[in-house]
Design a protein around this ligand. Structure first.
Ligand code: AVI
Length: 345
């Protein structure tokens, strides 16, 4: 674990970026190498049907493609959640009062600005703890935020949610709100979701807050369009996972021999994204000492994106002691934002 102060500007005023930013790296590259990275790929490709964890979407190109997805006309999730946040950020700040904002998977922190604006308008102190696996992304977005919010303090954690949540620094403001927006909860299987919510409650003290953004169930054609956009950006995002695996594990996947396939599984209430093999073929990932055979039309499931029912997710949250204080949605009821308060049983 290392702590570092960014930048080299030499500015020495009390409000300089150096004084207001700390980045803590929870995983050093050497640790990553020795911690069995790749075993999830080996395991997933040995299963029937084959799977690869969605975290392998996000190399630099994958993160860029995801930013593009968020702007697509068919991908209603980001702009719907943003609209909801625009309408309710002031109410959130009024409910929590002075509060540290912890954000999981902060990425470029775009939507976070709406919260920071609301806390700033109410004259509340601004303390932000973004958590992301990409230290580079954390540093660049924190520097932009610090430039725009002169009283903001940022304490960034580069690492997995699990590690970061277990190593949050002592509170400096009266309360804390953990934010998990963007419907990333939908990318977890029910069992993973259960474990994740336990990690959230372990990181909260009684009375503290959890802000959750989730995509809601809606007609199949709207959902399928969002994951099969006309410009093919989602297809490129899905196929880029193979390039990422090639780079990371010295592989020889040929992305032209796979196609993007996404559909809504109405029984499980989830979008499933797959990569379909165009022919029978053998692929090698040398760094993992792995050879994988594919039948023609055989698929690798790369992601599930669960679509929630507002009542049943509230029951799940309550069972963990996360009591919904306020729920906001849009005029179509396509997306939900829930502010919960932790009351341990
Ligand atoms: C990050 N996550 C919430 C996105 C989703 O909609 O499940 C990832 C994504 N996959 C394809 N498009 C977007």
């Amino acid at each position: 674990m290392t702590r570092s102060q960014p930048g080299n500007s030499g500015i020495s005023s009390q409000h300089s970026i150096e004084n207001r930013l700390q980045i803590q790296r929870l995983l050093e590259p050497t640790l990553i190498i020795s911690s069995g990275v790749g075993s999830d790929v080996v395991q997933g490709l040995a299963q029937t049907p084959k799977t690869i964890p969605p975290r392998y979407f996000y190399d630099d190109r994958g993160s860029e493609l995801f930013e593009q997805i968020c702007e697509l006309p068919e991908y209603y999730l980001t702009r719907t959640e943003t609209k909801i946040l625009q309408n309710c950020a002031c109410e959130i700040a009024a409910i929590t009062g002075a509060c540290e904002i912890v954000e999981l998977g902060s990425g470029s922190s775009t939507k976070t600005r709406l919260l920071l604006d609301a806390y700033q308008q109410q004259g509340l102190p601004l303390r932000y703890l973004p958590i992301d696996v990409s230290a580079g992304m954390l540093e660049s977005s924190a520097i932009q935020l610090l430039g725009d919010y002169p009283s903001l303090q940022v304490y960034a954690l580069a690492g997995t949610y699990e590690l970061a949540l277990s190593q949050l620094e002592p509170r400096q403001l009266p309360t804390r709100m953990i934010c998990f927006i963007g419907s990333t909860l939908g990318n977890l299987h029910p069992q993973e979701c259960n474990v994740f919510l336990s990690q959230i409650t372990a990181a909260l003290q009684a009375g503290e807050y959890f802000l959750l953004g989730i995509d809601l169930q809606k007609p199949k054609h709207i959902l399928e369009a969002a994951y099969n956009d006309a410009q093919g950006v989602t297809a490129a995002f899905n196929l880029n996972m193979l390039e990422h695996l090639n780079w990371r594990f010295a592989g020889n996947f040929d992305p032209t021999q796979f196609t993007h396939w996404a559909f809504y599984n109405e029984t499980a209430h989830q979008i499933e994204m797959h990569l379909k093999s165009e022919r029978s073929q053998t692929v090698e990932l040398s760094a993992l000492k792995l050879k994988v055979n594919f039948e023609s039309d055989e698929t690798i499931r790369t992601e599930i994106s669960r679509k929630f029912n507002l009542n049943s997710i509230q029951q799940d949250l309550k069972a963990k002691g996360l009591i919904p204080r306020k729920v906001w949605t849009d005029e179509n009821q396509w997306f939900g934002l829930l502010l919960c308060q932790f009351h341990p049983a």
